[in-house]
Design a protein around this ligand. Structure first.
Ligand SMILES: Nc1nc2c(c(=O)[nH]1)N[C@H]1C(S)=C(S)[C@@H](COP(=O)(O)OP(=O)(O)OC[C@H]3O[C@@H](n4cnc5c(=O)[nH]c(N)nc54)[C@H](O)[C@@H]3O)O[C@H]1N2
Ligand SMILES: Nc1nc2c(c(=O)[nH]1)N[C@H]1C(S)=C(S)[C@@H](COP(=O)(O)OP(=O)(O)OC[C@H]3O[C@@H](n4cnc5c(=O)[nH]c(N)nc54)[C@H](O)[C@@H]3O)O[C@H]1N2
Ligand code: SF4
Ligand SMILES: [Mo]
Length: 675
């Protein structure tokens, strides 16, 4: 049988959106390799995607629609046909709408699939229905809001531009997991001698590639940024002409900096004042220092303010005017490439509906009476593992009067509670458009293989459900191929301006490189970087504590970090990756461990007012005192006491951006055995 090779994109929630080559033989995906012509993945892809075919042909994959026959959560189901499934779902939805109104139905989607058509097509269906609207801020919207508050719609550094930087501050980012290709670039001979400093709450795996590791008390990064700016000001390292020309508000801000001495910051951050001074000097003396900013420190009650302060810091020395200088890690693209409203169809919604923040679905599922959610439709998301307030979510999913549909590829912890499970497709079995969020690339991929069994894409499923609901709009008659053609033939201005060759690549399936941004063309109303932003409730940036800083009812600050071996709750089916990831561990500082008689490798219980979660202790003197850090998300059966990390996290929102604050919770820890 002849093998054919096709270009595709990684569909997952990862800043790289690697270009891949799929080897197809006899209608099956045999192998996935990196696309050597792709600007991001030319040198390789991560271990997770190297055996994509193992997921696609996994024996654990869902292959038919299922109806619940056991108790909720028991995962006892019987196979049914799509006709039966669609009838049952639409009958239930119609009955709920009739009795309680459409807002009693809540969709739940996040980032299981990141391509635009499959991720967003459900919005059209639920807009048409008039269902409750999900506010989708589970990831990094505080970071986006903090960055935008200073520079508006201005693209940050594209990682390729980091080749021109002369100092790297890798701040709250585990590049070894989330920006692998860029980390490889930083190791190239031309960049190897440039100093790399990691600022994190624990020595994450990127520490091995850094010259200096500074660990900080979680949630206090704003204090570090302010005291660095204090030093820059006092030691005349602020570029006055840059600040005057490109920013507004500095004189008033500068006056506030006097109190933020390194000694003050030492007491907040736990970093010795001398280390802060030295860091500020190195940063101030570099010509083109780059801050590579991850999302970790934005997932706090003060996350938006922290990112505002770091964005301002990145500019005060004038770095933004030099190639390679500035901030990398927010979105490098300052314009829209996909006309998303053609997919989401806001015009289908006849009147505004109530909004429910995804971080608070636990609370939403607990509402009673007229307010109660009666229908819950989950796709591309696994809230029973990935969303805060896990035990409250599970109690909600257990409600007998909640009708739950889960469209999934595997029997996830969320799917176990469904009344109806629908089997979903993988990226090679569907057509879509993919815009990277960490690089300047745009790609398309047409369906390459048929899905096994009766799996259907999100698009096809919503079209079927729409018919069942009696929605006659043309939208729901289209195929996903036609939807892609529509997107490409109603291009945004940015796509219209690309070359004919690029347009053809997108029509056929493949990747195009997009232009980098002009980092000095600030997308704010005044065209200047806003050090003081009068539109915000707090115009003057200053130090604020997060939830855990304000209320220290438990002694340790709990933080979630990404695992190299998984991607949120994706890849949990892959035995080899799971064997490397091992069990759930909790990193602790020796002092915090010692006072509790905890030693390295010991089973421990972390607890707070929300519940208890068992971990294996990992004691390391590089973890900042007061922090307790755990990598990765684990399914219930992979945990040690049945409870996952998010059992311990509240659904509280960030200061701006209404984002998750899952890194901003307090716990205590006790040993489960004697020394
Ligand atoms: N403890 C802890 N919690 C976290 C995080 C953490 O680091 N630690 N990270 C947070 C962050 S940053 C994020 S973005 C969220 C992500 O959380 P989620 O949005 O829940 O994303 P995933 O867990 O990656 O994937 C969810 C499911 O989508 C399914 N899926 C994939 N493709 C498709 C498709 O085409 N159709 C359908 N119907 N389903 C599909 C997958 O099988 C998977 O089970 O988690 C957050 N939660
Ligand atoms: N292998 C792998 N890749 C992934 C993911 C994954 O789970 N695994 N998740 C994907 C997703 S959804 C996203 S959003 C991106 C995220 O990718 P990035 O935005 O680049 O961020 P992360 O690499 O997740 O970095 C989070 C880091 O922040 C640290 N941190 C947490 N709180 C603080 C704090 O208060 N101060 C400081 N200084 N550091 C803090 C954590 O310890 C962790 O090392 O990665 C994506 N790629
Ligand atoms: S998960 Fe990230 S690094 Fe791995 S192939 Fe996908 S985009 Fe690339
Ligand atoms: Mo994310």
């Amino acid at each position: 049988m002849a093998t054919t090779i096709h270009k595709m994109s990684c569909p997952y929630d990862c800043p790289s959106t690697c270009g891949l080559e799929a080897e197809i033989e006899d209608g099956r995906l045999i192998k996935v390799k990196n696309d050597k012509t792709h600007p991001v993945s030319k040198n390789g892809i991560c271990r997770k995607m190297q055996h994509y075919e193992q997921d696609i042909y996994s024996a654990d994959r869902l292959r038919t629609p299922l109806r619940r026959v056991g108790r909720k959560g028991e995962a006892k189901f019987e196979p049914i046909s799509w006709d039966e499934a669609v009838r049952e779902i639409t009958d239930q939805f119609k009955a709920i709408i009739e009795k309680w109104g459409a807002e009693a139905i809540l969709p739940c989607v996040y980032s299981g699939v990141m391509s635009d058509i499959q991720r967003n097509c459900g919005d059209a269906f639920f807009n048409r229905m008039g269902a409750s609207e999900l506010v989708k801020t589970l990831c990094s919207s505080a970071k986006g809001a903090g960055y935008d508050a200073v520079v508006g719609k201005t693209g940050c550094l594209e990682p390729t531009e980091l080749n021109d930087s002369d100092l790297y501050l890798i701040w709250s980012c585990n590049m070894a997991a989330t920006r692998l290709q860029t980390l490889a670039d930083l190791q190239k001979p031309a960049n190897r001698h440039k100093k790399k400093i990691l600022i994190d709450v624990y020595p994450n795996p990127t520490a091995a590639y850094c010259d200096q590791v500074i660990t900080i008390k979680a949630g206090t990064d704003g204090a570090l940024a302010l005291s660095m700016m204090h030093v820059l000001k006092n030691e005349h390292l602020v570029d006055k002409s840059f600040v005057e020309k490109y920013t507004s508000g500095y004189p008033a801000f500068a006056e506030t900096l006097d109190v933020y001495t390194p000694e003050w910051a030492e007491s907040e951050t736990g970093i010795p004042a001398e280390v802060i001074r030295q860091l500020a000097r190195e940063f101030g003396q570099a010509k083109a220092p780059a801050i590579i900013l991850g999302s970790g420190n934005s997932r706090h009650g003060n996350g938006g303010m922290t990112v505002r302060l770091i964005t301002i810091l990145s500019a005060l020395t004038g770095a933004w005017q030099h190639p390679g200088g500035g901030l990398c890690g927010c979105t490098p693209i300052d314009t829209d490439y996909v006309n998303k409203s053609l997919i989401t169809r806001p015009d289908f919604r006849k009147k505004p509906a109530r909004k429910i923040n995804i971080n608070q679905i636990g609370q939403a599922l607990a509402m009673e009476g007229k307010e109660a959610v009666r229908g819950f439709y989950v796709y591309g998301c696994n809230p029973a593992n990935t969303v805060s307030d896990q035990q409250l979510i599970i109690r909600g999913l257990e409600r007998e009067d909640l009708f739950t549909v889960v469209h999934e590829r595997f029997m996830t912890d969320t799917a176990r509670y469904a009344d109806i499970v629908l089997p979903a497709t993988f990226s090679v079995e569907q057509t879509d458009i993919y815009r990277a969020y960490g690089y300047c690339t745009l790609s398309t991929g047409r369906k390459l293989v048929d899905a096994p069994g009766e799996c259907r894409s999100n698009w096809d499923t919503f079209c079927l459900l729409a018919k069942g609901m009696g929605y006659a709009d043309d939208y729901f008659d289209r195929s996903e191929n036609e939807m892609l053609d529509i997107l490409l033939s109603h291009p945004t201005r940015a796509i219209a301006e690309t070359s004919d060759e690029a347009k053809e690549t997108l029509r056929q399936g493949g990747s195009i490189a997009l232009p980098f941004s002009d980092h000095l063309a600030f997308g704010t109303e005044t065209g200047k970087m806003l050090i003081v932003n009068e539109k915000l409730a707090e115009p003057m940036p200053h130090y604020t504590a997060g939830y855990s800083g304000k209320c220290q009812d438990y002694p340790l600050h709990l933080v979630a970090a990404p695992s190299v071996w998984s991607l949120n709750s994706t890849f949990l089916d892959r035995e080899h990756l799971m064997a490397s990831r091992k069990e759930m561990t909790l990193w602790l500082n020796p002092e915090d461990a010692g006072t509790r008689q905890i030693t390295d490798g010991m089973p421990v219980m972390a607890f707070n007012e929300l519940g208890e979660v068992q971990f294996t202790a990992r004691v390391d003197d590089r973890v900042a005192a007061g922090n307790a850090v755990s990598e990765g998300i684990f399914a219930g059966h992979q945990t040690q006491n049945g409870s996952g990390f998010n059992t311990l996290t509240h659904g509280r929102l960030s200061d701006i951006g209404a984002a998750t604050t899952m890194n901003d919770n307090r716990v205590d820890v006790r040993p489960l055995q004697r020394v």
